[in-house]
Design a binder for this molecule. Structure first.
Ligand SMILES: Nc1nc2c(ncn2[C@@H]2O[C@H](COP(=O)(O)OP(=O)(O)OP(=O)(O)O)[C@@H](O)[C@H]2O)c(=O)[nH]1
Ligand SMILES: C[S@@+](CC[C@H](N)C(=O)[O-])C[C@H]1O[C@@H](n2cnc3c(N)ncnc32)[C@H](O)[C@@H]1O
Ligand code: SF4
Ligand code: SF4
Length: 356
């Protein structure tokens, strides 16, 4: 699919224009990484031995996070917040951060993307603090395959976390699964059956070149087209009539082949590589150390942390954020789509260090 954006405007962002970029897109979805640390080592994300973690004083504090969210919401038109990482549940003050943000923004949708480890013990407190809903990543229902993909034998703990999130009302629970050729791709129909029979919404995600090991290849990845074919063995998919509204996932209504009249659920397919959705991108990212990344594949980053710590007022912080977003690339960190194209350069950061 091509991209339908025109030529970029010259000049800079209009002062009262929110987080608009030079192609006319407006970011209203803030994705904030709370930590670069993680307790799994998914092969498509992290190296086996982990990364050099940020020092504590390099990471945004609870107060800085709350202030940044406040600036985003009250001055820049942010309408939803996604907390991510690294693994956000490893951050000791996560519940307090959510409670503080909720206190200041009673209506703001706040969601969390997590690997689910420890979620069974924290789900109720997350809900009570004001978390709206949750996405849990789980790529396989088989302990050995799960361990092969995440390099840790923790499937049972993730399943307990998912169950707890659902039980305390953090739904609609969405499950994220990256399919890897020859490892878990054959599991696609089973994963979907498992999800729809529990009332969860599954998202299949195309693997992107954001792994620390730089092992991604365009030929090796499982495409959205292949995912739809894999699912067709057991299911019929028809487009979900709801507006996509800038979301990464293209949603499909799911019917079992054995009962073609009954919609049993919805599945989302996130085709960042083969069917990119950059033309309608509404996302602004803040890394754990307070850098704005206007695009997941940006090679330019704009620091807000030192500005926050220098005593700058909210207006100055908002202005720098706006300037960073004005320079957002057209697509995939470039002026055209093409993950894996000859001129594509993989960012230095892996997914865990950006915030997925
Ligand atoms: N290329 C690209 N991929 C993205 C972007 N945002 C999310 N993704 C991919 O989509 C995956 C799932 O993101 P989530 O935020 O967990 O899920 P989502 O589909 O946005 O979920 P909901 O907002 O909860 O419906 C991420 O892990 C990325 O792989 C983006 O801005 N660009
Ligand atoms: C970086 S993780 C951060 C949150 C949490 N640790 C988790 O795994 O859900 C967010 C999402 O990014 C996805 N992800 C990581 N690396 C990816 C890659 N190379 N391509 C596509 N998705 C990726 C993960 O599957 C996960 O759903
Ligand atoms: S995908 Fe999430 S759980 Fe897996 S290594 Fe990356 S940050 Fe950790
Ligand atoms: S690759 Fe960049 S422009 Fe495209 S959807 Fe993702 S963040 Fe937005």
């Amino acid at each position: 699919m091509g991209i339908r954006l025109g030529i970029p405007q010259v000049g800079g962002p209009p002062p009262d224009g929110g987080l608009i970029d030079s192609y006319g897109r407006r970011a209203t979805d803030m994705r904030l990484s709370l930590t670069d640390k993680c307790n799994l080592r998914c092969t498509y994300c992290m190296p086996a031995e982990g990364l050099d973690w940020l020092q504590k004083n390099q990471v945004l504090t609870r107060a800085e996070i709350v202030r940044l969210v406040g600036i985003g919401v009250s001055r820049l038109g942010i309408r939803e917040l996604r907390l991510t990482g690294g693994e956000p549940l490893v951050r000791a003050d996560l519940i307090d951060i959510i409670a503080d943000i909720r206190d200041q923004h009673p209506e703001l949708p706040i969601s969390l993307t997590t690997n689910g480890l420890g979620l069974d013990k924290k789900a109720q407190r997350l809900k009570d603090a004001g978390l709206t809903r949750i996405n849990v990543s789980m790529d396989s229902l088989h302990p050995d395959t799960f361990a092969q993909l995440t390099r840790r034998p923790f499937l049972d703990r993730v399943l307990r976390g998912i169950e707890a999130a659902d039980a305390v009302g953090l739904g609609l629970v969405k499950i994220n699964a990256v399919l890897m050729r020859g490892i878990n791709d054959h599991e696609a129909p089973d994963l979907l059956e498992w999800a729809v029979s529990r009332g969860f919404e599954l998202r299949f995600i195309e693997q992107m070149p954001l792994d620390a090991d730089h092992g991604w290849t365009r030929e090796g990845m499982i495409t959205a087209g292949e995912i739809r074919e894999l699912l067709a063995t057991n299911f019929t998919l028809t487009p979900d009539p709801r507006n996509r509204d800038g979301a990464p996932a293209e949603r499909w209504e799911v019917r079992r082949s054995t009962a073609p009249d009954v919609v049993v659920g919805v599945v989302g397919i996130i085709a960042s590589v083969t069917e990119p959705f950059c033309a309608d991108c509404r996302r602004t990212r803040v890394t754990a150390e307070g850098k704005i990344m206007s695009c997941l594949f940006s090679r330019e980053e704009t620091d807000l942390r030192d500005l926050l710590r220098s005593g700058a007022n909210d207006e100055a912080v908002a202005q720098r954020w706006q300037e960073a977003m004005w320079a957002k690339p057209k697509a995939h960190g470039m002026d055209h789509t093409g993950l894996g194209a000859a001129d594509f350069v993989q960012p230095d950061r892996s997914m865990s260090a950006i915030g997925g």
